[in-house]
Write a protein that binds this ligand. Structure first.
Ligand SMILES: Nc1ncnc2c1ncn2[C@@H]1O[C@H](COP(=O)(O)OP(=O)(O)OP(=O)(O)O)[C@@H](O)[C@H]1O
Ligand SMILES: [Mg+2]
Length: 223
Protein backbone atom coordinates (compact mmCIF):
# COMPACT_ATOMS: atom_id res chain seq x y z
CA UNK A 1 0.00 0.00 0.00
CA UNK A 2 1.38 3.40 -0.89
CA UNK A 3 1.97 5.95 1.83
CA UNK A 4 -0.74 8.49 2.30
CA UNK A 5 0.22 12.07 1.68
CA UNK A 6 -2.17 14.72 2.70
CA UNK A 7 -3.40 17.21 5.20
CA UNK A 8 -6.15 17.42 7.80
CA UNK A 9 -7.77 20.84 7.85
CA UNK A 10 -9.17 21.92 11.19
CA UNK A 11 -10.19 25.32 12.48
CA UNK A 12 -10.56 27.47 15.55
CA UNK A 13 -14.34 27.01 15.31
CA UNK A 14 -17.14 26.30 12.89
CA UNK A 15 -17.56 28.91 10.10
CA UNK A 16 -13.95 30.13 10.24
CA UNK A 17 -13.09 29.28 6.64
CA UNK A 18 -11.97 25.62 6.64
CA UNK A 19 -13.76 25.01 3.35
CA UNK A 20 -12.70 28.37 1.88
CA UNK A 21 -9.04 27.67 2.66
CA UNK A 22 -9.38 24.06 1.47
CA UNK A 23 -10.64 25.23 -1.93
CA UNK A 24 -7.71 27.69 -2.15
CA UNK A 25 -5.29 24.85 -1.27
CA UNK A 26 -6.81 22.46 -3.82
CA UNK A 27 -6.48 25.15 -6.47
CA UNK A 28 -2.85 25.70 -5.46
CA UNK A 29 -2.08 21.96 -5.62
CA UNK A 30 -3.73 21.75 -9.06
CA UNK A 31 -1.40 24.55 -10.24
CA UNK A 32 1.52 22.61 -8.76
CA UNK A 33 0.50 19.60 -10.84
CA UNK A 34 -0.54 17.43 -7.89
CA UNK A 35 -3.41 14.95 -8.33
CA UNK A 36 -5.62 15.64 -5.33
CA UNK A 37 -8.51 13.97 -3.57
CA UNK A 38 -10.66 15.72 -1.00
CA UNK A 39 -12.91 14.49 1.75
CA UNK A 40 -15.42 15.79 4.28
CA UNK A 41 -15.90 12.61 6.30
CA UNK A 42 -18.72 13.95 8.48
CA UNK A 43 -21.08 16.80 7.63
CA UNK A 44 -24.23 18.11 9.23
CA UNK A 45 -26.53 20.41 7.32
CA UNK A 46 -27.63 19.10 3.94
CA UNK A 47 -30.23 19.50 1.23
CA UNK A 48 -32.18 16.62 -0.26
CA UNK A 49 -31.64 16.04 -3.97
CA UNK A 50 -33.22 13.00 -5.63
CA UNK A 51 -33.76 11.35 -2.24
CA UNK A 52 -30.13 11.82 -1.19
CA UNK A 53 -28.73 14.31 1.27
CA UNK A 54 -25.91 16.49 -0.05
CA UNK A 55 -23.76 18.86 2.01
CA UNK A 56 -22.44 22.02 0.43
CA UNK A 57 -18.85 21.70 1.76
CA UNK A 58 -18.63 18.16 0.40
CA UNK A 59 -19.96 19.28 -2.99
CA UNK A 60 -17.42 22.11 -3.17
CA UNK A 61 -14.55 19.79 -2.21
CA UNK A 62 -15.72 17.12 -4.65
CA UNK A 63 -15.69 19.71 -7.43
CA UNK A 64 -12.35 21.28 -6.51
CA UNK A 65 -10.50 17.97 -6.20
CA UNK A 66 -8.37 16.73 -9.07
CA UNK A 67 -10.00 13.30 -9.27
CA UNK A 68 -13.61 12.32 -9.92
CA UNK A 69 -14.93 10.62 -6.82
CA UNK A 70 -18.44 9.51 -5.91
CA UNK A 71 -20.22 11.70 -3.36
CA UNK A 72 -20.55 8.85 -0.85
CA UNK A 73 -16.77 8.47 -0.76
CA UNK A 74 -16.15 12.17 -0.32
CA UNK A 75 -18.75 12.42 2.43
CA UNK A 76 -19.67 9.05 3.96
CA UNK A 77 -21.64 10.58 6.86
CA UNK A 78 -24.12 13.34 6.01
CA UNK A 79 -26.97 14.54 8.20
CA UNK A 80 -29.78 16.93 7.31
CA UNK A 81 -29.77 19.19 10.35
CA UNK A 82 -27.02 21.77 10.85
CA UNK A 83 -26.35 20.72 14.45
CA UNK A 84 -23.43 19.11 16.32
CA UNK A 85 -22.59 15.96 14.33
CA UNK A 86 -22.82 13.42 17.16
CA UNK A 87 -26.30 14.76 17.99
CA UNK A 88 -27.30 14.77 14.31
CA UNK A 89 -26.10 11.17 14.04
CA UNK A 90 -27.99 10.09 17.17
CA UNK A 91 -31.17 11.74 15.87
CA UNK A 92 -30.75 9.89 12.57
CA UNK A 93 -30.21 6.62 14.46
CA UNK A 94 -26.69 6.31 13.05
CA UNK A 95 -23.35 5.69 14.75
CA UNK A 96 -20.41 7.49 13.10
CA UNK A 97 -17.87 4.69 12.84
CA UNK A 98 -14.29 5.19 11.79
CA UNK A 99 -14.15 1.96 9.80
CA UNK A 100 -16.55 3.33 7.17
CA UNK A 101 -14.58 6.57 6.98
CA UNK A 102 -11.28 4.69 6.75
CA UNK A 103 -12.54 2.67 3.76
CA UNK A 104 -13.37 5.83 1.80
CA UNK A 105 -10.12 7.43 2.92
CA UNK A 106 -8.05 4.48 1.68
CA UNK A 107 -9.84 4.33 -1.63
CA UNK A 108 -9.44 8.08 -2.28
CA UNK A 109 -5.81 7.96 -1.18
CA UNK A 110 -5.07 5.17 -3.64
CA UNK A 111 -6.56 7.17 -6.52
CA UNK A 112 -4.58 10.33 -5.78
CA UNK A 113 -1.17 11.70 -4.79
CA UNK A 114 -2.47 13.95 -2.04
CA UNK A 115 -5.62 13.92 0.07
CA UNK A 116 -7.12 16.92 1.81
CA UNK A 117 -9.55 16.12 4.62
CA UNK A 118 -11.76 18.81 6.11
CA UNK A 119 -12.78 18.22 9.71
CA UNK A 120 -16.10 19.22 11.19
CA UNK A 121 -16.43 22.02 13.75
CA UNK A 122 -13.18 22.46 15.67
CA UNK A 123 -10.51 20.05 16.92
CA UNK A 124 -12.44 18.53 19.80
CA UNK A 125 -15.90 18.28 18.25
CA UNK A 126 -17.34 14.89 19.29
CA UNK A 127 -18.20 12.41 16.53
CA UNK A 128 -19.74 9.78 18.75
CA UNK A 129 -19.77 9.01 22.49
CA UNK A 130 -16.09 8.07 22.57
CA UNK A 131 -14.30 9.83 19.72
CA UNK A 132 -13.67 13.36 18.54
CA UNK A 133 -12.30 15.02 15.40
CA UNK A 134 -8.85 14.71 17.01
CA UNK A 135 -9.17 10.91 17.08
CA UNK A 136 -10.12 10.89 13.41
CA UNK A 137 -7.10 12.98 12.40
CA UNK A 138 -4.84 10.69 14.45
CA UNK A 139 -6.40 7.60 12.84
CA UNK A 140 -5.70 9.07 9.40
CA UNK A 141 -2.14 9.90 10.49
CA UNK A 142 -2.22 13.20 8.60
CA UNK A 143 -0.42 16.41 9.58
CA UNK A 144 -2.80 19.14 10.66
CA UNK A 145 -3.38 22.60 9.25
CA UNK A 146 -5.15 25.02 11.58
CA UNK A 147 -7.36 27.66 9.97
CA UNK A 148 -7.68 30.67 12.23
CA UNK A 149 -10.77 32.73 11.44
CA UNK A 150 -9.53 36.23 12.17
CA UNK A 151 -12.00 37.89 14.53
CA UNK A 152 -12.11 39.19 18.06
CA UNK A 153 -11.30 36.30 20.41
CA UNK A 154 -9.31 34.33 17.86
CA UNK A 155 -5.95 34.65 19.64
CA UNK A 156 -7.26 32.60 22.54
CA UNK A 157 -8.98 30.12 20.21
CA UNK A 158 -5.82 29.72 18.11
CA UNK A 159 -3.58 29.09 21.12
CA UNK A 160 -6.06 26.67 22.70
CA UNK A 161 -6.47 24.76 19.43
CA UNK A 162 -2.73 24.55 18.77
CA UNK A 163 -2.10 23.27 22.29
CA UNK A 164 -4.87 20.68 21.98
CA UNK A 165 -3.57 19.50 18.59
CA UNK A 166 -0.07 19.04 19.98
CA UNK A 167 -1.40 17.28 23.10
CA UNK A 168 -3.32 14.85 20.87
CA UNK A 169 -0.02 13.74 19.39
CA UNK A 170 -0.78 15.11 15.91
CA UNK A 171 1.74 17.10 13.93
CA UNK A 172 0.69 20.74 13.58
CA UNK A 173 2.08 21.65 10.17
CA UNK A 174 1.19 25.29 10.50
CA UNK A 175 -1.68 27.75 10.51
CA UNK A 176 -3.39 30.06 8.07
CA UNK A 177 -4.73 33.45 9.07
CA UNK A 178 -8.05 33.75 7.26
CA UNK A 179 -9.50 37.25 7.12
CA UNK A 180 -13.07 35.98 6.74
CA UNK A 181 -14.28 39.20 8.36
CA UNK A 182 -11.99 41.44 6.34
CA UNK A 183 -9.83 44.00 8.06
CA UNK A 184 -11.46 44.36 11.48
CA UNK A 185 -9.63 46.66 13.95
CA UNK A 186 -6.07 45.47 14.64
CA UNK A 187 -6.39 42.31 12.55
CA UNK A 188 -2.70 42.41 11.59
CA UNK A 189 -1.64 42.93 15.21
CA UNK A 190 -3.75 39.88 16.09
CA UNK A 191 -1.95 37.84 13.43
CA UNK A 192 1.41 39.02 14.80
CA UNK A 193 0.40 38.03 18.33
CA UNK A 194 -0.59 34.51 17.29
CA UNK A 195 2.63 34.15 15.29
CA UNK A 196 4.62 35.23 18.33
CA UNK A 197 2.90 32.74 20.65
CA UNK A 198 2.80 29.70 18.37
CA UNK A 199 5.77 27.55 17.43
CA UNK A 200 4.01 26.28 14.30
CA UNK A 201 4.60 28.49 11.26
CA UNK A 202 2.15 30.94 9.71
CA UNK A 203 1.85 29.41 6.23
CA UNK A 204 -0.27 32.14 4.64
CA UNK A 205 -2.60 35.03 5.27
CA UNK A 206 -5.78 34.97 3.22
CA UNK A 207 -7.49 38.28 2.52
CA UNK A 208 -11.25 38.71 2.30
CA UNK A 209 -11.99 37.49 -1.23
CA UNK A 210 -15.01 36.95 -3.44
CA UNK A 211 -13.78 33.57 -4.59
CA UNK A 212 -11.40 31.16 -2.83
CA UNK A 213 -10.06 29.88 -6.14
CA UNK A 214 -8.56 33.33 -6.80
CA UNK A 215 -6.46 33.26 -3.60
CA UNK A 216 -3.33 32.28 -5.51
CA UNK A 217 -1.77 30.56 -2.49
CA UNK A 218 1.84 29.46 -2.88
CA UNK A 219 2.85 27.12 -0.09
CA UNK A 220 5.26 24.19 -0.44
CA UNK A 221 3.47 21.41 1.42
CA UNK A 222 5.53 18.29 2.06
CA UNK A 223 4.72 16.07 -0.89
N1 LIG B 1 -11.14 34.77 3.17
C1 LIG B 1 -12.46 34.84 3.00
N2 LIG B 1 -13.00 35.82 2.22
C2 LIG B 1 -14.34 35.91 2.04
N3 LIG B 1 -15.23 35.08 2.58
C3 LIG B 1 -14.76 34.08 3.35
C4 LIG B 1 -13.38 33.91 3.61
N4 LIG B 1 -13.23 32.84 4.42
C5 LIG B 1 -14.45 32.37 4.64
N5 LIG B 1 -15.39 33.10 4.02
C6 LIG B 1 -16.85 32.89 4.05
O1 LIG B 1 -17.22 32.67 5.41
C7 LIG B 1 -18.19 31.63 5.50
C8 LIG B 1 -17.63 30.50 6.35
O2 LIG B 1 -16.52 29.90 5.67
P1 LIG B 1 -16.41 28.34 5.51
O3 LIG B 1 -17.71 27.76 5.07
O4 LIG B 1 -15.23 28.07 4.66
O5 LIG B 1 -16.14 27.94 7.03
P2 LIG B 1 -15.95 26.48 7.66
O6 LIG B 1 -14.99 26.60 8.77
O7 LIG B 1 -15.63 25.52 6.57
O8 LIG B 1 -17.41 26.20 8.23
P3 LIG B 1 -18.04 24.77 8.66
O9 LIG B 1 -17.70 24.60 10.10
O10 LIG B 1 -19.51 24.96 8.41
O11 LIG B 1 -17.43 23.70 7.80
C9 LIG B 1 -18.51 31.22 4.07
O12 LIG B 1 -19.63 31.92 3.61
C10 LIG B 1 -17.26 31.63 3.29
O13 LIG B 1 -17.53 31.91 1.92
MG1 LIG C 1 -16.66 23.85 5.96
Amino acid sequence: MKTTRGIFVTGTDTEVGKTFVSIALLDMLRRQGVRTAAMKPVASGAKKVNDKYLNDDALQLQQAAGIDAPYAQVNPFVFPEAIAPHIAAARAGVEIDFETIEQSFQSLSEQSDFILVEGVGGWLAPLNRQQTVADLAIEMALPVLLVVGMRLGCINHALLSARAIEQSGAKLLGWIANKAQGNYPCVNENIEAIAQWLDAPLLATLAYLDDAATAGLDIRLEL
